[in-house]
Design a protein around this ligand. Structure first.
Ligand code: TRP
Length: 324
């Protein structure tokens, strides 16, 4: 029977926040039993928007601590850096011949980044971002990719590249399916659609209960609920979204008491902060127990295992393309 393999990845931007957890990490952990999971640190991808590499390694270590603390078992599921497996670069080059510049220019997340980061022009490697991602996924011949909504367009490009390769050279690659995470996106504390470190609207998984409270305290709620006893609208409230994820047991009571005006925002936030803190208590403890050296060992081991599979795939590619 063919192996059911998953490839998932994140760019190493440092310690993770609760948006990463519900948007990706939680589903990675739950898929571990059913599939063989490969977890990639997309360090090359960081370079598409940031050339400075000073903090790449410390950001990588910080991120992997959160992966492992959340329940990724590195013995079962290899964890590795893209940059340490040279086959990514080779497959990326070959794939870059299978897609047009016009197709890549239509990529909605590229357009979004040009707008958000106010980019005056586009770096060649940035245009190729989804091609590199396709190489990440197909190098491990993954059949499923668990991602948030924002990555769907990249997986579509991966499928197109797999089809084009198979049609041109023979069947080597599966066309991977997207597996959308349950809560693909958590709003930020400021009520913005996305929680993101660069927007400064996050709660980190490693935050202490006090830090969580300080963050949640300042969160934007229903702007029309001004006085404690004003009736509120949970459906437009960020804190209610968090309750829904981290405190689902009390969700009906909170809705009722918010709508009737019986529940004030400060009490509701205190409760929310406490629930988030206890939800991640075991996470914080586990994370504390992980040293940088332990993470480096995990990486070296994961890279050795990932490399074996990557070389197997490249042998198939070389055969199919009659290269060498
Ligand atoms: N583009 C992804 C993100 O920003 C990171 C990533 C790189 C990735 N390679 C991948 C995700 C392969 C899934 C599969 O989140």
């Amino acid at each position: 029977m063919a192996v059911k393999r998953i490839l998932s990845g994140m760019r190493p931007t440092g310690k993770l926040h609760i948006g990463h957890y519900v948007g990706a990490l939680e589903s990675w952990v739950s898929l571990q039993g059913e599939y063989e999971n490969y977890h990639l640190v997309a360090d090359y991808h960081v370079l598409t928007t940031q050339l400075e590499t000073e903090s790449m390694l410390s950001n990588t270590i910080d991120m992997i601590k959160d992966w492992v603390a959340a329940g990724i078992d590195p013995e079962k599921s290899p964890i590795f850096r893209q940059s340490q497996i040279k086959e990514h670069a080779e497959l990326y080059l070959l794939f870059s011949m299978l897609i047009t510049k016009e197709r890549l220019e239509r990529n909605p997340s590229l357009k979004e980044q040009i707008r958000d980061l106010n980019l005056p022009s586009v770096i060649y490697g940035h245009l190729g971002y989804p091609v590199l991602q396709a190489a990440d996924i197909l190098l491990y011949r993954a059949i499923v990719v668990p991602v948030g909504e924002d990555q769907v367009s990249h997986i579509e490009i991966t499928r197109e590249i797999a089809r084009k390769f198979n049609k041109t050279y023979g069947n080597v690659f599966p066309e991977p399916a997207t597996k959308l995470t349950h809560f693909s996106r958590l709003p930020g504390l400021d009520g913005k659609a996305k929680m993101s470190k660069s927007l400064g609207n996050t709660v980190f998984l490693s935050d202490s209960p006090e830090a969580i409270w300080q963050a949640v305290r300042k969160a934007v709620t229903d702007t029309q609920k001004i006085r404690r006893n004003d009736p509120g609208r949970p459906d437009v409230c960020t804190i209610f979204t968090y309750h829904n994820v981290f405190n689902s047991m009390e969700i009906d009571v909170i809705r009722r008491d918010c709508e009737s005006g019986a529940l004030g925002c400060v009490d509701c936030k205190k409760n929310c902060a406490a629930k988030i803190a206890s939800f991640f208590e075991a996470h914080r403890e586990k994370r504390e127990s992980l040293s940088d050296d332990m993470i480096m060992d995990i990486l070296v081991d994961g890279e050795t295992r990932a490399r074996i599979l990557a070389r197997e795939t490249m042998a198939l590619v070389h055969d199919a393309m009659k290269l060498g």
